[in-house]
Design a protein around this ligand. Structure first.
Ligand code: ZN
Length: 144
């Protein structure tokens, strides 16, 4: 039996450190950090700048939901708990960074994909742990 004095409420958590959750899934956003010394922008949190080797300081930047497929691949062989085939891709963001992601909303067939195709980011709860915490992942789908 759970002790109500020490039991914690299940949380909704981002599955990756570069996803910032909003009050609703529509408000979830990817974010990055910009080195204020050399202006280089990175996806997610950052301790040191890989370009100028400084410790920043870093300024957080929230990204929009637009993206463009830079490169993609259809994965047919996945780990046992992942449904295949699926589309793995690197998506360029207009802010000047790229993210690894999956493309959803279309059948994973080569004729459905184009380099440079416009995509939109969205999030959804993808798993839950034994304590009842939910995990939110981001994906992209065709923009139109
Ligand atoms: Zn720097």
């Amino acid at each position: 039996m759970a002790d109500s004095a020490t039991a914690t409420q299940p949380e909704i958590r981002p599955i990756v450190p570069h996803l910032r959750l909003g009050a609703t899934r529509e408000e979830d956003r990817l974010f990055g950090n910009r080195c204020t010394n050399c202006n280089t922008l990175y996806v997610g949190p950052r301790l040191y700048c890989g370009k100028c080797s400084s410790e920043g300081p870093f300024k957080e930047e929230i990204f929009g939901t637009d993206g463009e497929v830079w490169v993609w691949s259809i994965i047919h062989q996945a780990t046992p708990y992942v449904k295949a085939p699926y589309i793995a891709a690197v998506v360029d963001l207009p802010e000047g960074v790229s993210v690894n992601t999956n493309i959803d909303g279309i059948e994973p067939e080569p004729q459905n994909l184009k380099f440079g195709m416009k995509v939109k980011m969205y999030t959804e709860i993808v798993s839950e742990d034994k304590e009842g915490n939910s995990y939110v992942a981001y994906r992209f789908r065709p923009a139109d």
